[in-house]
Design a protein around this ligand. Structure first.
Ligand code: SF4
Ligand code: MG
Length: 271
């Protein structure tokens, strides 16, 4: 039977504001499919976002949702999870929101290993706020604030998450639609901080400035750069030049933050 995603949509909120060809809709459908697969209850689930195109997602779905300040989604989500540890808590947002303005909150949520699932839409640009370069804009690429090419090196979000202490880190792309829900579902099942980075296309703020002739070109590039981790094990450094690894990049078991915090509360109460 076809997946009935409409049951998860907030009545009367579509059509969405995303540009034609934007990958965000693909990621949203993958997210809903993963939540359905994992049997998440609407009333027991919170989806939190900051500001940006991807951060508009909670407005379209029928869960407990919170659309917060720019970069602060992980902090709000931490508060929800500590107050209601029994809830499933997700964060959605973009690269500018998540690892530039919200970089500090992101790394500390990873360090604490709090049990939430963070789906990070990495489209290499600040889309909604005017096409400024983000820490994920490729070196040499054009943005509204780097019209002569970006001189900065690029953040690898997945490596950042692993280094900061996230216990589940995975990456895929908007081209790999059926992998999105599998990885998000694996992240939802994992106890601890789960980060799923989805390389995404933004034809409006990024593609046009960087000589992509169409959305199809952007999707082709996402297809071509992605290498599954298992396949990468058999490739040379030269063959991996310019590629990104996809799949589950890291998974470990480590004490989860809310459970540790409950022990602190019990100690303080003399239990
Ligand atoms: Fe998507 Fe880019 Fe348009 Fe934002 S500006 S909706 S990220 S295509
Ligand atoms: Mg972005």
């Amino acid at each position: 039977m076809a997946f009935d995603y409409e049951q998860y949509l907030r009545p009367g909120k579509l059509p969405h504001i995303w540009c034609p060809g934007c990958g965000h809709g693909i990621v949203m459908k993958g997210l809903l499919r993963a939540m359905d697969t994992c049997g998440l209850e609407k009333n027991n689930t919170a989806i939190v976002s900051g500001i940006g195109c991807a951060s508009r997602l909670p407005g379209y779905v029928d869960f407990n949702t919170l659309h917060t300040a720019h970069g602060r989604a992980a902090a709000f989500a931490t508060g929800i999870k500590l107050a209601k540890p029994e809830m499933d808590v997700l964060v959605v947002g973009g690269d500018g929101d998540g690892v530039a303005i919200g970089g500090n909150h992101f790394i500390h949520a990873c360090r604490r290993n709090i049990d939430m699932t963070y789906v990070l839409f990495n489209n290499y640009i600040y889309g909604m706020t005017g096409g400024q370069f983000s820490p994920c804009t490729p070196t040499g690429a054009k943005a509204s604030t780097t019209p002569y090419g970006n001189p900065d090196p690029v953040f690898d979000i997945s490596k950042l998450a692993i280094g900061a202490g996230a216990t589940f880190v995975a990456r895929t792309t908007a081209f790999h639609a059926t992998q999105i829900d599998k990885l998000i579902a694996a992240g939802l099942r994992h106890k601890g901080m789960s980060v799923i980075e989805v390389l995404d296309d933004c034809p409006t703020a990024y593609g046009r400035r960087n000589k992509f002739r169409s959305v199809v070109d952007m999707m082709k590039q996402l297809k071509e750069i992605a290498v599954p981790v298992k396949a990468a094990a058999h490739m040379t450094p030269e063959q991996l030049e310019g590629k990104v690894l996809t799949g589950i990049l890291h998974q470990e078991e480590r004490p989860e933050y809310c459970e540790q915090y409950q022990q602190v509360i019990a100690s303080a109460q003399g239990a």
